[in-house]
Design a protein around this ligand. Structure first.
Ligand code: FAD
Ligand code: PYC
Length: 418
């Protein structure tokens, strides 16, 4: 038995430092207030401290850190997007992810598996070829593989030809990976807290103080919470499913709607599926976690609602489709099912940067695709808050693009059916 474990097991006095030092009361004022203690908010706090030495920062989380979509996602990380803007942005995130375990000195179980987006029709083959070419142009490892080769690479799938959606080929993206999502939130949170950032859990933001709002959107000066009001130099909103509601508190509207996205895991099985497999036509995706569970999801729920209820309807539909790909798992038991609230934009790309309210910045529109973006969002948000510069990687995702009709169409690269 390791000595430290024995020593701490026998003493009542805990000599190891808390991962999250308790920040106590809210201060009257912070230079920067981050609303939302998910991966994006915590990563921003972390890089503010690490890259810019700024620690007079509060992260306000209405529940517990990582309890939103960060702890509910299926942890797929990839950069095989469709637009040049998307490819460059997500590629930087994948690059950062690869070093996170070292940065945190904590294993986030980053595991490269290879990501396969199946094509069941000729038009899907065309889209996969298009994505492969865009990806390769930016140095990303993606290629179109046709059925015979695919069968050797992912032999577990049913390649019958007399089925509803025969598999014709796939977009193969070798760097596609999974990671432990809780560890990402904890790593960023602990790293920020150790450097002096205050992480206030059970602290709900209920409104904002905005000065000089006559005729224009004004400037944010304070944040109202269920524990009192604090002054704030700058504010970042990073609340995923609650984006529309929180922006409304600050006095502006976002072009998005919130819909639930459900997922589930099976009982643990011996490792048999190394690949991450996605089928847009069948509305299903699956990978096997390091614990052996099959991690599965499908489409967003077809209605807008602020709810994380699991439904029988989803489970039945998903299993029906999954068994078309992996018929031999029909006796496997489901272990858990859950949902998150996803903030879906019309072009399936995020909303980042400045807002109509001065000193109030946004990180929203993460829908079903934002876990993989956590590190790059943290870096870029931190840079923007610290220097006032909106970096090249996030400029294309400005809220203003909806006024200019300059959309970043990523629907064709979403893994989830909509
Ligand atoms: P969150 O983690 O949701 O954090 C926002 C936080 O804000 C929450 O903790 C919430 O409690 C808090 N909050 C809200 N309102 C307030 C308030 N008024 N005051 C204070 N705090 C507030 N993405 C991928 O890249 N790959 C995937 O495989 C993937 N799978 C997914 C599967 C599912 C089932 C779901 C639901 C999503 C999936 N996503 C995936 C999307 C991804 O999870 C999200 O885009 C990402 O986690 C968003 O991170 P975040 O930090 O912005 O939001
Ligand atoms: O963005 O890759 C993704 C994804 C997979 C499942 C949900 N989102």
């Amino acid at each position: 038995m390791p000595f430290a474990l024995l020593k701490h097991g026998l003493t009542r006095r805990r000599s190891v430092p808390d991962a999250f030092p308790e920040p106590g009361d809210l201060k009257d004022s912070y230079d920067i207030v981050i609303v939302g203690g998910g991966g994006h908010g915590l990563a921003t706090a972390y890089y503010l401290a690490v890259d810019h030495g700024i620690t007079d920062v509060a992260v306000l989380e209405r529940g517990y850190i990582g309890g939103g979509n960060t702890g509910r996602n299926t942890a797929i990380i990839r950069s095989n997007y469709l637009t040049p803007e998307g490819v460059k942005f997500y590629d930087e995130s994948v690059r950062l992810y690869k070093d996170l375990s070292n940065d945190f000195d904590m294993n986030i179980l980053y595991s490269e598996r290879g990501h396969y987006t199946l094509a069941h029709t000729d038009s899907a083959i065309r889209t996969m070829r298009w994505r492969a070419e865009v990806n390769k142009h930016f140095g990303i490892e993606s290629e179109l593989v046709m059925r015979d080769d695919l069968q050797k690479m992912v032999p577990q799938l049913d390649y019958s030809e007399d089925v509803r959606y025969p598999i014709l080929g796939a977009l193969y993206h070798a760097p596609g990976a999974i990671a432990r999502h809780d560890a990402v939130a904890w790593g960023y949170g602990a790293g920020a807290a150790r450097r002096g950032v205050h992480i206030h859990q059970n602290t709900e933001v209920t409104g904002f103080e905005i000065s000089g709002a006559n005729g224009h959107a004004g400037r944010v000066t304070g944040v109202k919470t269920n524990r009192g009001t604090i002054r704030a130099g700058k504010v970042l909103q990073a609340v995923a499913g609650m984006s529309g509601e929180v922006a409304a508190m600050a006095g502006f509207r976002l072009p998005l709607k919130t819909v639930p996205l459900q997922a589930c895991v099976s009982q643990p099985l011996k490792p048999f599926l190394d690949a991450i497999v996605v089928s847009g036509s069948l509305h299903v995706y699956v990978s096997q976690s390091s614990r052996g569970e099959l991690v599965m999801g499908g489409s967003t729920d077809p209605y807008g609602v602020y709810m994380t209820r699991s439904t029988l309807d989803f489970k039945e539909g998903l299993m029906m489709h999954l068994l078309e790909l992996l018929p031999f798992i029909s006796e496997v038991k489901l272990l858990r099912q859950w949902a998150g609230m996803t903030d879906m934009t019309p072009d399936f790309a995020p909303i980042m940067g400045e807002t109509p309210v001065d000193n109030y910045y946004i990180d929203a529109g993460w829908g079903t695709w934002g876990f993989k973006a956590t590190p790059v969002c943290g870096k870029e948000n931190a840079r923007m808050l610290a220097t006032g510069e909106v970096g090249d990687l996030i400029q294309p995702f400005a809220l203003q693009r909806y006024h200019d009709f300059n959309l970043v169409g990523e629907k064709g690269a979403a893994s989830v059916g909509h």
